[in-house]
Design a protein around this ligand. Structure first.
Ligand code: TRP
Length: 326
């Protein structure tokens, strides 16, 4: 029997190279080894976008087109939208009754977002419960593992705690304790060396045109110690090099040597990287455009995914309700 995984992404904007590096590449590989559920977490997005959710529907379609274009295969994996499977909310309700407030108030992601996020009021009842809904997402599929970035580890820990508390209170073991599968790749920084994020506008999006890619890569900060063209460079502290290492490992050794020997300058280095990224994105974008042209087909994929997900979720929810006695 294959182990099961579930993972999700919030449809808050276009997907970028960081999503490709940190999540999508792994998801594609995991399809062979695991039974996979990949979810667009629209209710989680709504928790921050509630004041203006108008872009969400388009983002869902756009993100799913990227999933498919990158190689997530609806024949192998269940691809679905969270709000199409309302069983998540029923389980969210049940789990919220057993989750102590203190666990949620103490959650580091919650405290950080309340502090850091600007332009949105996140002091809501729903947002405090963010990890409870995430626990419901994971537990309703009895997932054995969850591929996540390190920012999500506190949520996974809470999921395990909630599962344990459920088992303790209702004297029935329903859920496996889900493990984290951490991405092997270090976090890719944005073109300005800050964390890659849509709100900073520093990401290269999977849907960017060649012109946009070139402009963004051209703006990248390289080795700050390399001031003149003839100075030797330090690839290990250069963000441009980190992109090579991750996306074009076959070129990285050569680039590193030439940079250290001052045989290639930063401008040329970035032009070359931009060309490589344009080539990398080309087939993804061709497939993406194909899916976006046939929106009906895309919606059919999501409907089929929701049916499969719901059938599974129903089964678990019945077991859960029986254990609770409702
Ligand atoms: N919180 C996740 C994020 O922001 C998205 C998410 C929602 C998720 N439900 C999930 C991830 C379940 C893994 C499993 O990235």
């Amino acid at each position: 029997m294959k182990k099961r995984i579930l993972s999700g992404m919030r449809p808050t904007g276009r997907l970028h190279l960081g999503h490709l590096a940190g999540a999508l590449k792994n998801w594609v590989e995991m399809q062979e080894e695991y039974d996979c559920f990949f979810m667009v977490a629209d209710y989680h997005a709504l928790m921050s976008e509630y004041a203006d959710p108008s872009a969400m529907k388009d983002n869902i379609i756009d993100n799913v087109a990227d999933f498919l274009a990158c190689g997530i295969d609806p024949e192998k994996s269940v691809i679905f939208v969270q709000s199409h499977v309302p069983e998540h909310l029923e389980l969210n309700m049940i789990l919220s009754t057993i989750t102590p407030l203190s666990w949620l108030e103490r959650c580091p992601t919650y405290k950080e977002q309340l502090r850091e996020v600007e332009g949105r009021d996140l002091a809501t009842y729903g947002f405090l419960g963010y990890p409870v809904l995430q626990a419901a997402d994971i537990l309703i599929y009895k997932a054995n593992a969850v591929p996540v970035g390190d920012d999500q580890l506190p949520h996974l820990e809470l999921t395990r705690e909630i599962a344990r508390r459920f088992h303790f209170l209702y004297k029935k073991e329903i859920f496996p304790e889900p493990e984290a599968i951490m991405t092997k790749t270090p976090r890719l920084l944005g073109v300005d060396n800050r964390k890659m994020s849509k709100s900073y506008g520093n990401s290269v999006n999977l849907s960017d045109t060649p012109g946009e890619v070139k402009k963004k890569i051209k703006s990248m900060i390289t080795d700050p110690q390399r001031i003149k063209r003839q100075d030797p460079g330090h690839p290990d502290i250069c963000n441009v090099y980190s992109y090579y290492k991750f996306f074009f490992p076959e070129l990285a050794a050569d680039i590193s040597e030439k940079c250290k020997a001052a045989e290639i300058g930063c401008v040329e280095d970035k032009e070359k990287l931009a060309d490589c990224i344009v080539e990398l994105l080309k087939p993804i974008q061709e497939r993406r455009d194909g899916f976006l042209k046939d929106r009906k087909e895309l919606e059919a994929i999501l409907e089929k995914g929701a049916r499969k997900a719901q059938a599974f979720a129903r089964g678990t929810l019945d077991e859960i309700k029986k254990a609770v006695g409702i």
